[in-house]
Write a protein that binds this ligand. Structure first.
Ligand SMILES: [Fe+2]
Length: 181
């Protein structure tokens, strides 16, 4: 079956308990900028505060959403540990264009005193440095002020036309193959 596909998964709208705190976090950690911010009710049908933040030139990569009428309870550090509840998202990720910039963001996390909850780790069963997991990317993870798990990564594998993985060095990893081509 052939279907028309979008080009990319792009922005995320994240619910936060304190807009100012989250803006400062994403500014300081990732150098994001505020494009515009709006109060609940400014536009009919949008009963929440929205702040649009960007990494580069696109209008927004992250939308910070806050409901001023809601009493927030703390978000668990790892929703996978919950015995019951709604299907929460586990983490989301920012891509660095190369390993040098990845290490730069890691350094920034350390300067800010952020807790690195995982990594840096190479997600690979093939790479000698790998932890046995999947994607070939090198990653580390921190928690934002609401315990949303944020991954920073570089070097994600690409998939060749025959399904074989290609690593960041451009080498085919023979034996590593996507389930669907
Ligand atoms: Fe991930």
């Amino acid at each position: 079956m052939s279907v028309v596909t979008p080009s990319a998964l792009q922005h995320l709208a994240l619910e936060v308990s304190d807009t100012e705190r989250s803006i400062e976090f994403y500014r300081q950690f990732l150098g994001m900028k505020v494009t515009e911010r709006h109060k609940a009710g400014e536009v009919a049908g949008i009963p929440v505060d929205l702040t649009f933040m960007r990494l580069g030139r696109r209008h927004h990569d992250l939308v910070i959403m806050h409901n001023p009428g809601k009493t927030y309870t703390p978000r668990p550090k790892n929703p996978l540990d919950d015995a019951e509840g709604i299907p929460a998202f586990h983490h989301y990720a920012y891509e660095c264009p190369d390993r040098e910039s990845f290490l730069g963001v890691l350094e920034r996390a350390k300067e800010l005193g952020l807790e690195i909850v995982r990594g840096p780790v190479v997600h690979s069963p093939w790479d000698p440095r790998g932890d046995g997991s999947w994607g070939e990317n090198e990653s580390f993870y921190v928690l934002d002020p609401d315990n949303h798990r944020v991954e920073i990564f570089c070097d994600l594998a690409t998939i060749d036309t025959d399904g074989t993985y290609i690593n960041a060095a451009g080498e085919r990893i023979e034996g590593a193959k996507a389930e669907e081509i």
